[in-house]
Design a protein around this ligand. Structure first.
Ligand code: NAD
Length: 352
């Protein structure tokens, strides 16, 4: 199989972690007889420095024209003072909208080898943590009008029935393939957009009689994720709630550096990225954890290229390296061996 992958290394630790994911993809290509061609795309702070724009149209077109996009992370203090519509993160929002990827999938799963790294009590971790947050990605308050007039600032939160329905279906479909329990999270005691959200979700129930739908207010959900995470199978929610809850969910699994994500729309061309940011505090030191990016590449193999066997091989290699006791600094524990970003990439690639 030949696939063309657009690669956005980005800023901070982005180039270091993406480099390791490419090492792993190259190893998959070698072992299973595929060809992966890579096209570098500039986005984020590095694109601001080069073009004065976090995502010029020509760079976006490289992504839209590819079979899938692998992204490290963008942003950093250097670009904090650039105007809002030119900030590095704006490139990311434009990329998601330009690719039409409206569904972001983030697994929150505890690796048994890292159970000690969870900040939760052992008794809670022992109940198991294995759920997915399906987050709406290109609507809501991040995409509404933003304006500041004098000393008043406004951000508009708006959703249409059609936008809610298409993400709702992804939630139901995802639950159908797992434990058949879907929890719809909103703030319907206060927000009109949430009342519409709840109505549309319940309207979809009839089509998915095998899936049990429940509702939860977002503030309660934030609490339940730390109190009793085992109760969740699939959570579906809007953009900003999903952004916040998925960071919370990632922390209870041990490290933000371990979690991959996929973003998909109507086609198989997806956007794959770790959930963390560009970590400027550790950039350039070869100490970042590349596993979230490597597992994002595995998701790309599975969801965009239908290469399940290859994706399984990458995930098994990660599992093996962790079982053998190798750790980057962020997941280090007593009795384990500390390795660098590039050593971790080498170890995983060697085990495929
Ligand atoms: P961050 O995720 O970059 O870092 C938070 C903490 O986690 C830091 O202490 C960092 O060292 C650590 N960390 C993150 N990834 C790690 C990894 N792979 N291995 C080990 N440790 C890791 O969040 P932040 O500090 O709030 O943001 C830094 C920059 O990243 C900001 O400019 C922000 O806007 C940007 N950002 C980008 C994205 C993205 O590109 N998708 C997402 C979030 C934040």
């Amino acid at each position: 199989m030949t696939k063309n992958i657009a690669v956005i290394r980005g800023d901070g630790i982005g180039p270091e972690i993406v480099g390791q994911a490419i090492r792993v993809l190259d190893r998959v290509a070698e072992v299973y007889g595929h060809t992966f061609n890579y096209t570098d795309v500039d986005m984020g702070g590095c694109a601001i420095d080069k073009y004065g724009d976090p995502l010029p149209q020509s760079e976006l077109e490289k992504c839209v024209g590819s079979d899938s996009v692998l992204l490290g992370a963008v942003g950093g203090n250097k670009w904090n003072d650039v105007p809002g519509n030119m900030r590095p993160e704006k490139g990311l929002l434009r990329l998601r909208a330009g690719m039409g990827v409206y569904s972001n999938n983030r697994p929150a799963k505890i690796w048994p080898q890292l159970a000690d790294a969870s900040p939760l009590k052992k008794s809670i971790v022992d109940e198991g943590i294995d759920f997915i947050i399906v987050r709406e990605l290109i609507g809501g308050i991040y995409f509404g009008e933003h304006k500041t007039e004098g000393d008043v600032a406004t951000d508009v939160l708006k959703y249409s029935e059609a936008e809610i329905e298409r993400i709702g279906r992804i939630g139901f479909e995802t639950a159908r393939k797992r434990g058949k329990r879907l929890c719809s999270v909103e703030k319907s005691n206060v927000l009109d957009s949430s009342r519409l959200w709840k109505k549309v979700m319940h309207g979809l129930c009839e089509e998915y009689p095998d899936v049990e739908l429940s509702d939860m207010l977002v503030d309660n959900c934030a609490m339940q994720i730390v109190k009793n995470p085992a109760q969740f199978d699939v959570i579906v929610t809007e953009n900003m709630f999903g952004d916040i809850l998925s960071d919370e969910a990632s922390m209870i699994t041990g490290s933000i550096g371990m979690i991959p994500s996929s973003s998909l729309g109507a086609t198989s061309c997806g956007l794959y990225e770790p959930i963390h940011g560009s970590a400027p505090d550790i950039a350039g030191q070869d100490i970042a954890n590349p596993i979230g990016t490597i597992l994002s590449a595995a998701m790309m193999l599975r969801f965009s290229f239908d290469l399940d066997r290859e994706a399984d091989a990458v995930e098994a290699a990660v599992q093996k390296v962790l079982s053998e006791g190798f750790r980057t600094g962020d997941i280090m524990s007593v009795g384990c061996r500390k390795v660098s970003t590039s050593e971790m990439g080498d170890l995983i690639a060697e085990r495929i």
